[in-house]
Design a protein around this ligand. Structure first.
Ligand SMILES: C[S@@+](CC[C@H](N)C(=O)[O-])C[C@H]1O[C@@H](n2cnc3c(N)ncnc32)[C@H](O)[C@@H]1O
Ligand code: SF4
Length: 308
């Protein structure tokens, strides 16, 4: 389901120099909220607690994370509480081990991907992965409650797709009265991405609708947040498709003639403003059209129909 099971090549871990650069800018611009976990698994980063410390030290109010819950072990749960993480979102997408295995793949092939990334840990094969994750989540709730804290808010999510739609009710039953939120999401089809092969001009250009499906031409992502990837690129949203609408790079890429640009400049720059304008007028570029079109809304409509 996730890009991680489709992408090839070495992974990259954010370096200390880049972290310092980013936090300097966050501080200068009074950043109110910082999310960890866009295209990666934040709890695989061994110094994640140092990041939270930095975020707290510069007054970021809302430090939240998306995780698959695998590394939400006792030590990590303590760190989450100590560092006042405000929201923990755990994506599960299944109510049984069998479905979980189908959707959330194992780490087959990860060895060739990590290529010298010493900070990445390898998950052992495990028959009861879902049970362990469920247990981790319940223990986090217990820890928070035992300390009489109201944060972090804890959410479990379920990206609805053919392989799991029969478990919607079971998922609800399992988590009702356990966590603070249960969210059902639209799943996006992720396949080999042809858009990456188009030129920059082709990707950004406003076009008449190219896809037949009557998708909503609406997305608020470029109006409220930006995503920074470990390679320094800045994206107008946290989706995998958004990589095809890169706004620039905070470190620059000299060999491609791309200059280092601050987050603030990119957030106020021509590219993101062009994108915002596209959403105001409804005449979208091909990447956003493809992203909105790839959401499995029909599946949802059928489910809603069955419930009526
Ligand atoms: C890409 S994950 C990264 C963070 C973390 N590793 C995790 O598994 O939650 C961030 C969010 O994207 C969602 N997601 C992953 N693949 C998706 C897909 N194909 N369609 C829609 N949402 C997806 C996840 O369920 C999660 O809520
Ligand atoms: S529609 Fe465009 S801006 Fe919105 S999430 Fe998709 S790629 Fe990003």
């Amino acid at each position: 389901m996730c890009l991680s099971s489709h992408r090839k090549g070495p992974t990259k871990v954010i370096d200390d120099e880049m972290i310092d650069k980013l936090f300097k800018e966050f501080k200068e611009n009074n950043l109110p909220a910082l999310m960890f976990g866009a295209g990666e698994e934040p709890l695989m980063y061994k110094d994640i607690d140092k990041m939270w410390e930095k975020a707290n030290s510069i007054g970021i109010m809302d430090n939240f994370l998306f995780t698959n819950g695998t590394f939400l072990n006792e030590e990590m749960r303590q760190k989450i509480i100590e560092n006042k993480v405000s929201r923990v979102f755990i994506s599960i997408d299944a109510a049984t081990e069998q479905t979980y295995r189908k959707i959330r793949q194992t780490n087959r092939g990860i060895d060739e991907d990590i290529q010298g990334n010493k900070k990445l840990q390898i998950i052992n094969e495990d028959e009861n992965r879902l049970e362990k994750i469920e247990d981790n989540i319940k223990k986090l709730v217990e820890l928070r409650d035992s300390k009489k804290l109201s944060l972090p808010l804890i959410r479990v999510s379920f990206a609805v797709q053919h392989a799991n739609k029969h478990e919607i009710e079971l998922f609800k039953t399992k988590w009702e009265n356990v966590v603070d939120f249960i969210e059902f999401q639209e799943t996006q089809n992720i396949g080999y991405d042809k858009l990456a092969k188009l030129s920059e001009e082709e990707r950004w250009r406003r076009r008449e609708p190219l896809y037949k499906k009557d998708y909503k031409k609406d997305c608020n992502a470029p109006f409220h947040s930006a995503t920074v990837w470990a390679d320094g690129s800045v994206i107008p949203c946290c989706t995998f498709q958004g990589k095809n609408l890169t706004l620039g790079n905070i470190n620059g890429i000299p060999e491609l003639g791309i200059p280092a640009t601050s987050l603030k400049e990119l957030w106020n720059g021509e590219k993101i403003n062009e994108l915002r304008e596209q959403f105001r007028t409804g005449k979208l570029n091909i990447v956003c059209q493809s992203c909105l079109n790839a959401r499995q809304t029909e599946l949802w409509e059928n489910i809603e129909e069955e419930r009526k």
